[in-house]
Design a protein around this ligand. Structure first.
Ligand SMILES: [Zn+2]
Length: 366
């Protein structure tokens, strides 16, 4: 099978690898679509704290189960697993369309017991510690699979991964009804945060200095009423989520916090950036600010994201700007690096033909 392999940070090869054998408790999945994000850019070109080599990257995966490995030990479920719909308890079988939650967790450590398996002591992430979806096939544990709702296409379903991370960030920022939510950055993550934040009842201001990106977000068919886009914050914000890896955006977000405001440290910074900022502890003290980190997502966020996408309440099809074959990964990474597109999807099999831009539909008032 064709796969992208990183042997050393900064470069990758397109190689012919044997199709992986699913181990005990695993499924073999034919990858239908895999999403590209800034984390992949970081992994391939700059390295990542959690990356081990050699590695097939790719942590946003939707595909079809084609084979099952031998029965494995039943892993201890984390508490969040209880959220899993009863229909999901029927065993997976070849032909099932699945989204792969990228993590494998232990189920027993303190983080797992708090439903924060993304912080599991033994977390193994697909595309970081084990091979991921920039390949025609991937082997993944059954415990990580979530069924794709029937009415949801693969292309939309693969947004479950970035959307899950956004749901985790909004949850940690305690974004609720009537809050002013400031989102820094109008890229794919910023857009998903704005849409999911508006669904939680927040008034959303997306802060984006680039005029072209502001216009793109304003005119996107899925942009909701209640989401404003400005070059700078228009007033104090109750919650600030930074979705651009730029220390200056963090400075601006902290400056915009209202009393009792919460900053969500969502976007990672490149190793070359100085990730240390001077913060006035007096301001934190007198204004009762909260800073909270958000890294990845838990399994239950994957379930919630797929439900949200399947319900049609959060539209994502208008965010796909490029559909590329696996061999065009470098081009895709350039697009991500230059922020030239929105969401870039890779297709390890055939790139679907139906991707001439969809005919424009009247803007939905939803
Ligand atoms: Zn754990």
């Amino acid at each position: 099978m064709q796969a992208v392999v990183i042997h050393e940070v900064g470069a990758f090869e397109l190689e012919d690898l044997p199709v992986p054998e699913p181990g005990p408790g695993e499924a073999l999945i034919r990858v239908s679509v895999t999403g590209l994000c800034r984390t992949d850019l970081k992994i391939v070109r700059h390295g990542h704290r959690d990356l081990t080599l050699p590695r097939v990257p790719g942590e946003e995966v939707v595909g079809e189960v084609v084979a099952l490995g031998p029965a494995g030990p039943r892993p201890a479920p984390p508490l969040g697993r209880a959220d899993r719909a009863a229909s999901d308890e029927r065993p997976f079988a070849p032909g099932d369309r699945v989204y792969v939650y990228p993590g494998v967790w232990c189920g027993e450590c303190p983080s797992c017991r708090r439903c924060a398996e993304n912080l599991c002591r033994q977390m193994r992430i697909m595309g970081f510690h084990r091979d991921g979806g920039f390949a025609e096939y991937v082997a993944a544990p059954l415990q990580s699979l979530i069924r794709v709702p029937e009415r949801l296409g693969d292309e939309e379903a693969v947004f479950a991964e970035p959307l899950s991370c956004c749901l985790n960030a909004l949850e940690l920022g305690r974004v609720g009804e009537g809050d002013v939510l400031g989102v820094w950055g109008a890229g794919p993550a910023g857009t998903l945060l704005s849409r999911a934040g508006a669904l939680r009842g927040a008034d959303v201001v997306v802060v984006e200095p680039h005029a072209g990106r502001r216009e793109r977000l304003r005119t996107a068919p899925g942009t909701r009423a209640g989401v404003a886009v400005h070059p700078e914050p228009t007033g104090p914000v109750d919650v600030a989520v930074v979705a651009v890896g730029d220390p200056r955006a963090y400075e601006a977000a902290i400056a915009a916090l209202a009393p009792r405001g919460r900053l969500v440290v969502f976007s990672g910074l490149l190793p070359a950036d100085d990730a240390a900022l001077r913060v006035s502890l007096s301001a934190v003290h007198y204004r009762e600010h909260t800073f909270v980190g958000a890294y990845g997502c838990s399994f239950r966020h994957g379930t919630a994201a797929l439900e949200l996408l399947g319900s049609g309440r959060l539209r994502v099809d208008d965010l796909i700007s490029h559909r590329l074959p696996l061999a065009a990964l470098d081009e895709g990474l350039d697009l991500v690096a230059r922020r030239a597109g929105m969401k870039v999807h890779l297709y390890p099999g055939a790139v679907p033909r139906s991707h001439s831009p969809r005919p424009s539909r009247p803007r939905s008032p939803r």
